[in-house]
Write a protein that binds this ligand. Structure first.
Ligand SMILES: Cc1ncc(C[n+]2csc(CCOP(=O)(O)OP(=O)(O)O)c2C)c(N)n1
Length: 327
């Protein structure tokens, strides 16, 4: 059934994207300030429509397993920007008590099971989560996010194969952003559309414009409903472009500047603002942008005020306690 994109939902999609952009713009800024952010910072700049569109198409019970480019998925899922920022800064009040940093974020309370930065691991882990959903006969699906580079890993093919054999409720979401580190799509993928592989695993392979948030939402909504209805896994390829370097310190010397400029003209946020303004639904973008900046300011203030975790906590919450020793 075609989902209803009412006014409220359309504003939600826009404000999600604007918040993700504002949050990550601050991450980019902070990453240039010495000592502010530990580790490598990886943004989804230009890919916000995929995060907002897919995650808002999910129901609460659906599970997310994501990869290194995960801030957008977390924010669209409703993770508190304050604890998210504190976690990225490695602080004690962070989402994962400062133990994860940006690369291993998880929010089990919101069914964000984990972030795996082992390229190609998320689909296998997501397949496991979907196996559990099936086993428990839950009316829920698992959404796995990975890149077109990851799609060249054997683990992704094993995950797709087993998910199809066992008819598991998994939506494989490939964010085809044309890059895998400094390697271009053509260097690791012999076909133009990764989704063309899906029929080989007896699942639908749908290709969508990943910079069109409503198109992403509609496709994800339809495929997730089918997954939950017991129709087995599905593959959604979202065509987009990685606008920043692999990480924030990568200056993209290997990227064709004309290609980058052409994709910049297709910025998902600008495209959607134009749609909403043309339809007379959005007078001014200022309010939504100001709101996002205030949220990010508050997140940074919260994170700055939080201490670093003391060394004694380093080994806490690492392993599940054996049964009988939980207390
Ligand atoms: C198994 C493994 N190999 C290599 C790496 C190093 N690495 C981290 S991200 C990345 C590129 C991944 O590209 P893609 O899956 O297309 O995602 P994108 O970064 O483009 O979103 C690589 C090679 C890794 N983390 N894990």
């Amino acid at each position: 059934m075609q989902p209803q994109l009412d006014r409220h939902l359309r504003f939600t999609l826009l404000s999600d994207m604007v918040l993700i952009r504002a949050f990550e713009d601050r991450i980019s800024e902070l990453s240039r300030e010495r000592g502010r952010l530990p580790g490598m910072q990886i943004t989804c700049h230009g890919q916000e429509a995929i995060a907002a569109g897919v995650v808002r198409a999910m129901i609460e019970q659906d599970v997310i397993v994501t990869n290194h480019r995960s801030h957008g998925h977390m924010l669209a899922r409703g993770v508190d920007p304050k604890t998210l920022m504190a976690e990225i800064m490695g602080k004690r009040d962070g989402l994962n008590r400062g133990k994860s940093g940006t690369l291993h974020l998880a929010d089990p309370g919101r069914n964000v099971l984990m972030t795996s930065t082992v390229v190609g691991a998320a689909p296998l882990l997501g397949m496991g989560a979907a196996f559990a959903q099936n086993y428990r006969q839950e009316q829920a699906a698992t959404c796995v996010f990975f890149g077109d580079g990851a799609a060249a890993e054997g683990s992704v093919h094993e995950a797709m194969n087993m998910a199809a054999v066992w008819k598991l409720p998994v939506l494989f979401v490939c964010e085809s952003n044309r890059w895998a580190g400094a390697q271009g799509h053509d260097e690791h993928c012999p076909i133009e559309r990764v989704a063309d592989r899906a029929p080989g695993y007896a699942m639908p392979g749908v290709v969508v414009d990943g910079n069109d948030v409503e198109a992403v939402y509609i496709a994800a909504h339809r495929l997730l409903e089918a997954c939950r209805a017991g129709k087995g896994p599905a593959f959604l390829e979202c065509l987009t472009y990685r606008m920043h370097g692999h990480g924030e310190m990568d200056v993209q010397h290997y990227v064709d500047k004309d290609e980058l400029a052409a994709w910049d003209k297709r910025d998902p946020i600008e495209l959607y603002i134009e749609v909403l303004q043309t339809e007379g639904l959005l007078d001014s973008r200022d309010a939504v942008e100001q709101q996002a900046v205030q949220t990010v300011d508050a997140a940074v203030a919260f994170a700055d005020a939080s201490p670093y975790p003391p060394p004694e906590e380093a080994l806490e919450h690492i392993y599940v306690q054996p049964i009988g020793q939980e207390g």
